[in-house]
Design a binder for this molecule. Structure first.
Ligand code: TYD
Length: 412
């Protein structure tokens, strides 16, 4: 089941940032790839690894002890497309607008690069405004959607070597953006060295990712899966990128993915001074005790309580003969379903709007994934909302379900 190297890695357990020895504070058990939706012919050879979060108290970085190889996760059939949500389309439009107004202002013929540009949901706004841009995206299927939206895209993983190639061919970048991608990359030294080459001396590196403070506060343990090798805090970002030649100068909370943070970094030599917000949020993190191991032990207990509650609720519905389905086959649902051992006996199917997921089965627990029309055709008694971060948009869209007596269940 495990490749030899992975078992070796499990025993090594070093912080990916400072190489300090780390101890996972929890084990979610055997996990498949969060986006590894599969066909019955693939069940027998499904890939699993051990999902074990750890907190390094030396450099304050929350991480998973072992991450599968990037080539396993970001393939030519990667099924996550950012533009499936109206709220995300609006969010990225505003992100692009704010980058253009605040960070590109006064710059002549600026050049903007995005790491992990997915289906082009962010860069298309620069393309529409005729701003020189380049997306870097390793999954060819999502990159093709971006290109169809007029976004110049390179199908590659970002690296120092690629940074050099881009600088030779196109010049230095004014701004490098990234959303829900930096937390996917274990080797941040390579990223930082690449960024040092790619960015102009007065350039900005702006990225956003799910925020540790929100995850701890909400016990949203479903943020922990193979792709999210790190869940960042300001303290962690400052420690990681500080030692790699960058300075954190601003941070802004974002509502996306159930609570995210946007970080603004500049090269160490830059004259840009940190905004007062940075100090404020760092203090708030201290108050929330994000630097203490005890916080993560309490989080573990909260996860266990959450699991018990969810399983009990679903078993009660089954006992009373109610029909239960899952709404949205998210990456996050893979952690919940496998950790709670919830399969097709408790959830009949999961409906999802992504054609690539439909007709397949959920990773690990093998619940059928069906089109959204199957939900509409015959409403269930209960729908477990796995895309709880899109609650507002989905509740609005599915008002009729509640009108006819259907009930929602939030899985956390
Ligand atoms: P998201 O929470 O972004 O997923 P992840 O946990 O993978 O980051 O939700 C995206 C998934 O939810 C995607 O598979 C499409 C599905 N979805 C629906 O099926 N219907 C909807 O109305 C929305 C907003 C998402």
């Amino acid at each position: 089941m495990f490749e030899e190297k992975e078992v070796g890695d499990l025993f090594r357990m070093q912080c990916k940032i400072c190489q300090n020895a780390i101890q996972p504070f929890m084990n979610f058990g055997k996990m498949p790839l969060a986006n590894g939706f599969l066909l019955p012919s693939q069940f027998q050879h499904e890939y699993f690894y051990e999902l074990m979060p750890a907190f390094c108290d030396e450099c304050a970085v929350f991480q998973i002890a072992y991450q599968p190889k990037p080539e396993k996760m970001f393939t030519s059939s990667y099924p996550f497309f950012s533009r499936t949500s109206q709220a995300m389309r609006e969010h990225f439009k505003q992100f692009a607008h704010s980058a253009m107004c605040e960070y590109l202002k006064g710059r002549e013929d600026p050049f903007i690069v995005e790491l992990g540009s997915n289906d082009g949901i962010l860069l298309e706004h620069f393309a529409q405004n005729k701003v020189k841009h380049l997306g870097i995206e390793p999954s060819s299927n999502t990159a093709e959607v971006a290109m169809a939206h007029g976004v110049r895209t390179l199908i590659r993983f970002f690296s120092k070597e690629l940074a050099n190639e881009i600088v030779s061919a196109e010049g230095h970048a004014d701004v490098v953006l990234s959303a829900n991608v930096v937390c996917h990359i274990a080797n941040l030294q390579e990223v930082a060295e690449g960024l040092q080459k790619l960015l102009k001396p007065d350039g900005f590196f702006i990225f956003e990712d799910p925020y540790l403070g929100d995850m701890i506060q909400k016990t949203s343990y479903d943020q922990i899966y193979d792709e999210h090798v790190y869940i960042f805090s300001l303290q962690a970002v400052q420690n990681i990128f500080g030692r790699l030649g960058f300075k954190l100068v601003d941070a802004m909370p974002q509502p996306t993915h159930g609570g995210s943070m946007r970080y603004v970094l500049v090269k160490k030599e830059s004259s840009v001074k940190p905004d007062a917000r940075v100090k404020q949020y760092l203090e708030a993190e201290h108050q929330q005790k994000l630097h203490l191991v005890e916080t993560y032990l309490a989080f573990k207990q909260n996860c266990e309580r959450s699991r018990q509650k969810l399983v009990m609720a679903l078993e009660a519905h089954k006992k009373y003969g109610k029909r239960v389905i899952g709404y949205a086959a998210t990456s996050k649902s893979t952690t919940i379903l496998n950790y709670c051992n919830i399969g097709p006996t408790l959830i009949e199917f999961i409906c999802d709007t992504t054609p690539l997921k439909q007709g397949r089965y959920s990773p690990g627990m093998h619940i059928p994934v069906k089109p959204h029309s199957d939900f509409l055709k015959q409403y269930p008694d209960l729908a477990v909302l796995f895309a709880w971060n899109h609650q507002k948009e989905i509740f609005e869209k599915e008002k009729n379900f509640v009108k006819v007596g259907g009930k929602w269940l939030l899985p956390l």
